[in-house]
Design a protein. Structure first.
Length: 233
């Protein structure tokens, strides 16, 4: 697979191509509905489309699966105050194979987060309301449209998402990370995982000189209602 360097991006540099899916010319805009749809009915068949996968099992062995995709983007966005950012788009899919209704709550505060490898440089995390499904995988920006409008209305606000996922169903969502142009550095990977009922979003900057876990940023970003789930080794 080819790695294509993206201009000045702490997020996008190499990362938007490494899963084999380079951004393509934008297709005609489609209407994206914020609804629960299948991310994948057979997660094992789509492993080349995501960066990490975590499987959790309940007391009777039923699974909750979290898939985290590679990033795309690397383009510039200018906010209403004239600040110029570069952005990356990530996605996460959650497959509920348990017998219980899953209530998902995600929240990122308005705060910015420091780039560990670049002290004094910060990035923002936003969660659009749109639903990601794997049929959008080949599309420009994974099919996320009206991005400028969303960023203009959300860049200086807290960002939240609530989803209800029925038993034997799945849902996916996007995460947009922005950094001021001068803070763009390194290769970034991200991923949602679960500890108990708490959700954590880990951001790893492979451009860090130390290239160790100490350069990772782990953010407590929400919760689910299901209890007693254990990570499958």
């Amino acid at each position: 697979m080819k790695y294509i360097q993206v201009y000045a991006l702490f997020l996008m540099l190499v990362f938007c191509i490494s899963c084999g899916g380079q951004n393509k010319p934008a297709p005609p805009k489609e209407k994206i509905k914020s609804e629960t749809k299948d991310v994948s009915t057979s997660p094992e068949s789509d492993e080349g489309k995501f960066h990490t996968k975590y499987e959790y099992t309940d007391s009777i062995g039923k699974r909750l699966i979290i898939q985290n995709g590679f990033p795309r983007g690397g383009m510039k966005y200018t906010d209403p105050n004239g600040e110029v950012y570069v952005y990356a788009i990530f996605w996460t899919g959650i497959i509920n194979e348990t017998d219980n209704l899953l209530e998902l709550k995600i929240h990122f505060p308005v705060d910015s987060y420091e780039v560990r490898s670049l002290p004094g440089k910060y990035y923002k995390i936003l969660v659009p309301p749109d639903t990601m499904t794997l049929d959008k995988f080949p599309l420009f920006n994974y099919g996320l449209t009206d991005l400028d409008s969303f960023l203009g209305n959300s860049i200086h606000k807290p960002s939240s998402l609530k989803r209800t996922i029925n038993p034997k169903e799945s849902s996916g969502f996007y995460v947009v990370i922005l950094c001021l142009v001068e803070g763009a550095h390194g290769t970034m990977r991200t991923g949602l995982s679960l500890t108990g009922q708490d959700l954590f979003y880990r951001i790893k900057n492979d451009g860090s000189k130390s290239n160790t876990k100490s350069s990772d940023k782990e953010i407590n970003c929400g919760s689910i209602n299901l209890k007693s789930l254990m990570l499958k080794k």
